[in-house]
Design a protein around this ligand. Structure first.
Ligand code: MF3
Ligand code: CO
Length: 250
């Protein structure tokens, strides 16, 4: 069952989302050559707690950290480590916050120093596909209208969408119904209604869509070792423009 959130619940989710957005914004500014991903982890955890949130990922199904830090061919769920970022890397940062009973979840990819033109294009197309997916998150549409919008844009640009991991409903749980794949024909799946909360999260590979999970049980890498990017927002379905909870409103 897809839960519909009340105005009070949406207000709390917006608080969780704001903590996610502010923390991601600060991390983005810290991702530089020579910085290790465990340093970003410590910074993130401190910021989330200072803002009154609880890191949502730590302990989730045994995940050992507060953020996912996925470098280059790592798609998602990279575990922060002593690995130092290098000039030209791309880093996907995914983080979730639990606040007063509700979750917020978002991700972005950042270029470390000067990334290649192809890496920047991958990042741009992935973020664009997220916005095209979000634009379909309106009352009356179906879940796979989001999926199809993402896939079409990605493939029109010569990249591929990851099939193994999907977006999701979100609220009192980090993962709720429905699943939100980033591929598939339009017009399928549940009909969207106002008040539904979705985490839409395209993961896009420069090469083929296949991924493998490393021996650590978490880190997903592209099977062909091509670069991968990941963007995610938590949004509320309305009868008009979707309400984006994890974007900074200045
Ligand atoms: N954004 C990802 C998701 O919603 C992050 C989950 S990582 C985990 O699935 F560690 F919490 F599993
Ligand atoms: Co998510």
């Amino acid at each position: 069952m897809i839960l519909v959130k009340s105005a009070d619940e949406i207000a709390l989710m917006a608080e969780a989302g704001r903590i996610v957005a502010e923390t991601l914004e600060e991390l983005k500014g810290e991702a530089a050559p020579g910085v290790s991903t465990i340093e970003l982890e410590r910074l993130a955890e401190g910021l989330m707690v200072k803002k009154g949130g609880k890191p949502a990922f730590k302990g989730y199904r045994g995940y050992p950290a507060s953020i996912c830090a996925s470098v280059n061919d790592q798609v998602v769920h990279g575990i922060p480590s002593e690995r130092k970022l290098k000039d030209g890397d791309i880093l996907s940062i995914d983080l979730g916050v639990y606040y007063k009973g509700y979750y917020g979840d978002a991700a972005l990819t950042v270029a470390v120093g000067s990334a290649s033109a192809e890496a920047l294009r991958l990042m741009r197309v992935t973020e664009e596909s997220l916005w095209l997916g979000i634009a379909q998150a309106v009352e009356g549409n179906r879940v796979s209208d989001i999926s199809n919008a993402v896939q079409r844009h990605v493939e029109a640009n010569g990249f591929s969408v990851v099939r193994t991991f999907v977006g999701h409903g979100i609220g009192r749980q980090l993962h709720e119904e429905p699943q939100v794949p980033n591929f598939g024909p339009p017009g399928k799946g549940a009909r969207l209604a106002r008040g539904m909360a979705l985490a839409i999260e395209p993961m896009v590979n420069a090469g083929g869509w296949r991924v493998n999970v490393l021996d650590d049980g978490w880190t997903a890498v592209t099977a062909d070792r091509s670069l991968s990017a990941h963007y995610e927002h938590t949004v509320i379905v309305t009868d008009g423009e979707p309400k984006i909870l994890t974007k900074l409103t200045k």
